[in-house]
Design a protein. Sequence first.
Length: 156
Amino acid sequence: MRKLITLIICILIPLSLGAWAGIVTSSNIATWYNTLNKPSFNPPNWLFAPVWTSLYVLMGISFYLVWTEKKVKDKKTAISVAIIQLLLNTLWSFLFFHFHNIFFALADILILWGFILSMIISYFSINRTAAIIQIPYLAWVTFATLLNAAYLYLNF
C-alpha cells in the first residue's frame, strides 16, 4: 500500500504543476495566443492537453522508479535534475502564456531540453525503464522548441 501511495504522489506532483501551467495557458489561448502568427506545422490546440497529461504521468512513473531504487550512488543528483527540469517546464508556460515573452520562453525551453537529456542520462544508470519512458518527453520538447523558435521568428 505504501508503494502505491508513493507512486500516486510521484504522478500527482507533475500533474499538479502541469494543471497550474494549464490554467495560465488556457486563459491566454482565446486572447493572446490566437493573435500569433503560427507555423504550418503547428498542431491543433486540442492535442496539447492529452500529450502533456501523458508526459506528466510518465514523468511521475519515472521519478517513482528512481526514487524507490535501493541505495544508488547518483540518485540524489538524478532527483535534483528531475526537479529542476520540472520547474523549468512549469516556468515555460508562465514565460510564454502569462508574460507573452516568446524570447525568454525559448531560452527557458533550450535550458529545459538540456536538463531533460541530463535527467534521461542520470536515470539510465539507476533504472533503464525510467530513462527510456522519458524519450517521448524529450522528443515532444524538441518539437516544442522548434515551435517556440518559429513563433519568435514569425512574430518579431
